[in-house]
Design a protein around this ligand. Sequence first.
Ligand code: AHR
Length: 511
Amino acid sequence: MRKYPSGHQARAELEIDDNFRIGSINDRLFGSFVEHLGRCVYTGIYEPGHPTADQDGFRQDVINLVKELGVTTIRYPGGNFVSGYRWEDGIGPLEKRPKRLDLAWHSIETNQFGLHEMAKWMEKAGSHEFMEAVNLGTRGLQEALDLLEYVNIPAGTKLSDMRRTNGREKPFNIKFWCLGNEMDGPWQIGHKNAEDYGTLAAETAASMRMIDPDLELAVCGSSSHSMESFGSWEEAVLQKTYDLVDYVSCHAYYSPSDGDMASFMASGVDMNAFIKDVVAVIDATKARLKSKHEVNISFDEWNVWYQEAEPSKLPEGIGNWPLAPRLLEDSYSLADAVVFGDLLITLLQNTDRVKAASLAQLVNVIAPIMTEPGGPAWRQTTFYPFSQVAKLARGGSVLKPKLAGSTYWTAKYGNVPEVNAVAVRGIEGSITVFAVNRSLQHPVRFEVVLPEQEQVSSAQAWTLHDDDINARNTLEDTEHVIPRANTSLIRNGRKYNLMLPSVSWNVIRLI
Ligand code: AHR
């Protein structure tokens, strides 16, 4: 990145150059995640008796917001939850389904919602694709094969016929699978070392492919970039699984540490380095094994998450296993939404290797959509960057960012660009630029330089900003922070420029 000398007004410039493309955007980049955790399912997407619930108990107010959000795949049913889950508990007549302890979240799981309900909900909420996770914590190979037989075999076997008896004639035809969840994490039920997990994942992948060779499988990478075993975990696991899998799962959550907001605003820098590091291990393994097979990244958990704060404290006590407790219900500020938008930009910038991603999570649990039991549903600040990118970038190609601009200093990452931005060329010829101003200090004048021959008949810009970086949307004030037209956009020949307020998320649409 070119730096501007200090003493000048903060500036950044993005040159649009169609000759340098990163790649076309996979629809799966706009996935999300529904875990049996807190109120994501119960009183989130599923609340029989709610004034907007349909005959299946699905909240229509939530379905409408999910449609507006524009999510594609849904990762299900966990998360840490899956490592103790018996999938058979969630099928068959509701009244026969057992109540179980959910050890991951110290709650009661009623199993009133399971595989069939999830599939039905996805059909109603906009034809999403399943990303189904198997339990490699308390269970293993046989149960994964049973689940696959149940969901993908048309008929004529014990488990496929059981599915038909349970009301689903046609197979679910689930192609996209996670081989466990965060198996490197000591908190994971059935946590394993890399050697043991690699062996189990390889056996499970090979056997699952004997049932359905067309599956796409994601193997667990490190549960964060900062894990002590990061790198060596990926190396050991890929050594055993490389030719059997298609994706390495990456997970990353960000929050300010010790009040260091400057570094927090630059969290995208870490996500970018994380992706490059994982790609390096993937490609080194490919070279070592002399493989022709390609493995990419599924960034299947990403978000801002205040893990140490009150909402993430688990219930405690042998007699205390609440039903759908309020857990991980982070309320997101403007600053959080800008970091979130920067993470989205970073995913787009790596679209050549990040072929799938899941925003963790969808409703109530570190989520863009919040609900009150019996009450309304509303959009958090983070809703807007996601919905705008999903709507305006889907189907397009990401151009290599030729970005120059002023920088600021952070304790964690040294000097970082104040503005991060990316341009997407739509199939219909539009250009959409997504940009964040990470600076806590000042606005930045941002210029988009178009190719020589570019014809533009309409130019619009929207900005998500508030003078208070802690501003948020709440039950009492659901539309406090919303994107507004940025009227500073002006044209000067083949350049468009506008002011990006400090701590802001911005979209520039040129058609
Ligand atoms: O998304 C919340 C939790 O974060 C998931 O259950 C787990 O996989 C991760 O640690």
